[in-house]
Design a protein around this ligand. Structure first.
Ligand SMILES: Cc1cc2nc3c(=O)[nH]c(=O)nc-3n(C[C@H](O)[C@H](O)[C@H](O)COP(=O)(O)OP(=O)(O)OC[C@H]3O[C@@H](n4cnc5c(N)ncnc54)[C@H](O)[C@@H]3O)c2cc1C
Length: 372
């Protein structure tokens, strides 16, 4: 039976980033991924490395996202040097478009609250139409304004996933598809992970299986209260440079395609698309960027976000099964750098990053008062 220091269950962006960090510190690492039949947010997302509006009500999460945005500037060149894959990370800042004055005022209030909660560590500007048009010349005349932060950016999420897989392997780790891990069993001082027809032993185990964590967490005395939230995305044909700066729902890829998205639907484990939703997404984008009128859509898809009840991540070490860890979040692109460079060292035995201390699932525990 193969024996590793660390087994990471789930080869999406979260598991792969953690495995990349662990393997860089010289540990023997295996990533066990279910394979092509699985639901995979990592293969259907929007590619933003986004700090704006992250962490309202949980300032630590804003700090954690900001830290990751900074570390991305090390991660991207490091991955390229190691694997030859340019993940197309750019940090030109980002805008959240406000179509009406009311939206703009509400956005300003949200941004001000976030800045106040983080004692000013989160910095932003509110742009009126003229200021926005000087940054984003293609913006439509009836857009009122936008919020802006300099820390926002974007990357190619598929190249990122590929680079992380390649990076793990270049650093001596193993990436194994071939069916789900069905059981995680504490066996003496280590763990035994069982897949159909295969057992793997490891000293520590990290559950990073996206929505699959719901079932796996229970096996190591943890809880992963996750639900799927569908987002639909469309891709256009390649067009001449239109947009240097990513927005919450429209960005131009390095190849020239426009990626348009940002729907939120509660539809269970259904990663399909609906024409009405796609039409709404297209109309909003057209209103903001009238020049898109003649651009052709070439592809659409739906994918399921990995959502916790409050939208913040869960990172937790098991008390009942020492050596088992849980990692779930809905911003796996944004947080990839923090996962590789700060979460992995904690799992390997280092001090916990201060920002993640409140991010266990224990925050969802509700004490029901005893009745007489
Ligand atoms: C439409 C959409 C847009 C998004 N946009 C952004 C964005 O702009 N920026 C951003 O930061 N984030 C974004 N996200 C979120 C981001 O994609 C996710 O946070 C991230 O992909 C989660 O990664 P994950 O590895 O936890 O989960 P997944 O990508 O779902 O991967 C989980 C993996 O676990 C495997 N697995 C499951 N069960 C088992 C098992 N029992 N045994 C072995 N393997 C198992 C699956 O095969 C899968 O590969 C978006 C998500 C969606 C859906």
């Amino acid at each position: 039976m193969a024996n590793y220091d660390f087994a990471v269950v789930g080869g999406g962006l979260v598991g792969s980033a953690i495995a990349y960090g662990l393997s860089g510190a010289g540990h023997s690492v295996v990533v066990l991924d279910e394979g092509d039949v699985a639901y995979r947010a990592s293969r259907g997302n929007f590619g933003l490395v986004w700090v704006q509006s992250k962490g309202l009500g949980m300032p630590n999460y804003s700090d954690w996202s900001q830290s990751s945005s900074t570390l991305w500037q090390e991660l991207a060149p490091e991955l390229e040097a190691l694997t030859g894959i340019d993940v197309q990370h750019r940090r030109p800042g980002g805008v959240h478009i406000c179509h009406t004055e009311q939206e703009w005022r509400e956005r300003r209030r949200t941004m001000e609250n976030l800045a106040a909660q983080t004692s000013g560590r989160f910095r932003f500007d509110m742009l009126d139409h003229a200021a926005l048009a000087s940054l984003v010349p293609a913006i439509g005349d009836d857009v009122f304004g936008a919020s802006w932060t300099e820390m926002d950016g974007h990357a190619n999420p598929l190249y990122l996933l590929r680079a992380l897989h390649a990076g793990v392997q270049k650093r001596g780790g193993h990436y194994c598809t071939g069916g789900p891990v069905r059981r995680v069993i504490r066996d003496g001082e280590s763990f035994r992970l069982e897949r159909d027809g295969q057992s793997i032993r490891s000293e520590r185990v990290i559950l990073a299986a996206g929505l699959g964590n719901r079932e796996l967490a229970k096996q190591v005395g943890l809880e992963a209260p996750l639900s799927p939230n569908r987002g639909e995305v469309m891709i256009t044909e390649r067009v001449a440079p239109l947009l240097d700066i990513p927005t919450t729902y429209l960005r131009q890829t390095a190849e020239g395609s426009l990626q348009i998205g940002d729907s939120h639907e509660d539809v269970g484990m259904n990663d399909g698309t609906r024409t009405e939703v796609l039409a709404e997404i297209a109309q909003r984008a057209l209103r903001a960027f009238p020049r898109l009128r003649d651009v052709r859509i070439v592809r659409t898809w739906g994918a399921l976000r990995v959502m916790t009840p409050d939208g913040f991540p869960i990172y937790q070490a098991s008390k009942t099964h020492p050596g088992a860890y849980l990692a779930c979040c809905h911003s796996g692109v944004t947080l990839a750098a923090a996962h590789a460079m700060r979460l992995a060292p904690w799992i390997a035995g280092g001090a916990s990053p201060q920002e993640i201390v409140p991010l266990t699932a224990e925050r969802f525990d509700v004490r029901v008062p005893e009745t007489a």
